[in-house]
Design a protein around this ligand. Sequence first.
Ligand SMILES: [Zn+2]
Length: 977
Amino acid sequence: MLSAMQRLNEFHFYSFWYVFRDPTPNLSADTLPISAAFMCYFSPASMSKALQSCTKPLKDNSSSQLCFVLHLPPFSGGDSSSTTTGSASPVPNSYDSLEGGSYPGTYFTQLLINIQCYVYSAFWRHLKNLTQPILRPDPSSNLTFLLPHISTQPQSQMCSAGSYPFGTCNFNVSLFISRVLQSTVCRHAQSASLSAEAGLQDRLLPLTRRVQPNWLSAFPFPNMSQLSAALGGLSGVPELEVEALRPVNLLQERNLLPHQPLDAPEPNLSADLKKANCSPDTFRCTLTNIPQTQALLNKARLPLGLLLHPFRDLAQLPVITSNTIVRCRSCRTYINPFVSFLDQRRWKCNLCYRVNDVPDEFMYNPVTRSYGEPHKRPEVQNSTVEFIASSDYMLRPPQPAVYLFVLDVSHNAVEGGYLNVFCHTLLENLDKMPGDTRTRVGFITFNSTIHFYNLHESLSQPQMLVVSDIDDIFIPTHDSLLVNLKESRVLVRVLLTSLHSMFSQTRETHSALGPALQAAYKLTSPTGGRVSVFQTQLPTLGPGLLQSREDPNQRSSTKGVQHLGPATDFYKKLALDCSGQQIGVDLFLLSSQYSDLASLACMSKFSAGSIFYYPSLHHVHNPAQLDKFQKDLERYLTRKIGFEAVMRIRCTKGLSIHTFHGNFFVRSTDLLSLANINPDSGFAVQMSIEESLADTSLACFQSALLYTSSKGKRRIRVHTLCLPVVSQLSDVYAGADVQAITCLLANMAIDRSISSSLSDARDALVNAVVDSLSAYKNTVSNIQQSGLIAPAALCLFPLYVLALLKQKALRMGTSTKLDERVFAMCEFKSQPLQQIMHAVHPDLYRLDTMSDQGALHLNDCIVPQPHLLHLTAEKLTREGAFLMDCGSVFYLWIGKCCNDVFIRDVLGCPNHASIPPSMVSEAQTFIRHNVTYLPLCVTQDDATAKTSFFQHLVEDRSESALSYYEFLLHIQQQMSK
Ligand SMILES: [Zn+2]
């Protein structure tokens, strides 16, 4: 600490901050004040000089601006409120969030960081507005830079009520939103090239500005790490584990949310192992400290399981081509960073402990091109790798990419407008679909009959073949119904251009979906592939026909919900047949009426497909949803795909995997059959501890996904996760990953609501909280005080469970359409963790007061870091603007008295009253450079968006559900029983 103070002394650290008042509303963008805020370094001697420059009168507009000077006394102790004005204080602690721990007494560090950020941001604005910089950043002269056109006014005028301290906030907000988008985009797992930071940054360029690195380099601390290094000796990080075990009285501590979105807990491993470990975005365990025995796990009353996102898009992936893929001879584990080398010739498996030979080929390291360093091979250095597999890994030659589209062309379908969008989108993305010269496509359309299309290259027009015998469907010709895309491209284009008009006058209202699916199965059976089904109503004809099972009066029932399971096993059986022939079926349900998704979803669940649902898609009534459909479809068509895949998860001897969650078919006890795999799918598994792990200090998990790439290569993607084994109950709690626990419980609750009942599932969730907190209280905490005590690691657990209970999938007493509920259930079962968590507990930020305080410096960009807000209406103010990030949708809530400048900068409207109801689309232009589509709903007058926004405020009481505080009392009451 002392050394830090000395360093600060040397800097003569005074800082000045200038803030402009709102520009008058009629001021055009061109005449806006140059800079909203900046800081500079001064020596005391140069201060008067600086002030002189500052007091030069403004050339023009001086009446419309004011600024003030903020002194930050260099050593005012740890009091962060010692600055002259609250609203302008740059001090709120952002360091916690940067380094993941609290740093008592490091006020100066924070100060430095904040000031650094200000300087950077000042530079931006400076550079943006000056044709030639008038002052040079020169640390040696202390006076680093000044802006022209500054005036000073008495402090009493600064930041008058309602004023808006950041005149050019637009850029801050957009940058921030783009950062949120960026993380969301990564969650959405965009194709590798797009999610690569640089590529994405380019796309977001209009929203961001770059700092000239040569300007920055002149500063004493160019970045955070160097800053920390320079201030060395300040570390003193409290042990993470100690913090994770801190008893929290939930009834008293109300501000539990971290400032920034919660990160996965870090396993307590050596630095080397930590470095080699699998990313938590790919592989997460509910307990980052694995209990030694099942008895210990039982004591903790926490679920043990894994959350996987195995095929997610990666910017970097080591791909290994080798004649020998080195695996354990006993348990078939792939060699990985956590095996041990007994010597250069032998390695010991970390899962079954068998000692294996190192093959000769493995002695050569292709990266360093040297011999005799097996431990330096990429497979031993990286916990995520992909192998190019040999013919040993094939049952038949790798299949080509095969895409069959099955399209509803009934009156209902055409009228809603999806067909048009589908044809356009596919036309545009025909060349971007993953594949090679062997790629094949085909089309089936259906209403009361089934239509096939002969697209043979020799034809001048696509030839339509109609089969009306839907009870015993047959394929009219095996020739040219699935054609080589390259050869028949012209005909495919002709078909897509004419399809909509062919059916635009149709009066056919029936839907023979079952027969259409049977036809699709027959057509793709010889090769396998992907079948994409577009359905807009309840199937009414032929095998697989369904009846309406929903009673609208029961939508808000508090007693129970019926018909969550399928009405028929037709779709499941067909899906299993498909799975056997390596056919994955994806379902797009585009319907405002009940379509019995509970039955239809089976075709995707068991064939490892994806399910999409657009409950009110209509080109006139709901263009926004049509837009979303179009963007989702674009992503769907162009995202990576793997064919004829299987996935196996292995774990350290003694651990056993018993229940799987996701869309797949379990072929043998631990082998998941995945006809298709896509980068947006997530999986979960439950585990138990069969034998004591007392003999080992580490437990490992390995998933191996064997698939055929769209270019016909057999590949194996392997992820390995390593976690410590513990014998103390307190350590089990300390390592609890509350998000992973929540997601696993959500999966279990969905199963339970179908196999038993919704109320049972809900009770089980509440019991999970009651049991774990009781167990903690009785065994570990030793705190006798009254109240509801949780270890810090689990302090968000009750909140997340309450949020789960309020989700569409699991709620009761709130009107919920059956299909929407079932879809929400499907999402829980098939999405990766981050996506689920955003839906369950969205991130809420206030935007209009956002500043550079604690901003991060990423890729030459300064990204503001506003704090997360609790999801309660208490946090909303009429003056504020709030962004809610729900993962797949954003809500922007603008208060009635929100500052006009903000509204104009962000939404392009002069004031609140002028925000048009159709803001949805206009706001979208704001994020149009984003690569994925995330609708931004401005909850202005849009009743649906408003309801939805408020339903996400899970801490508040609703007509049928408890507030967070009431829920805590309920838990406490249950615990005392
Ligand atoms: Zn082994």
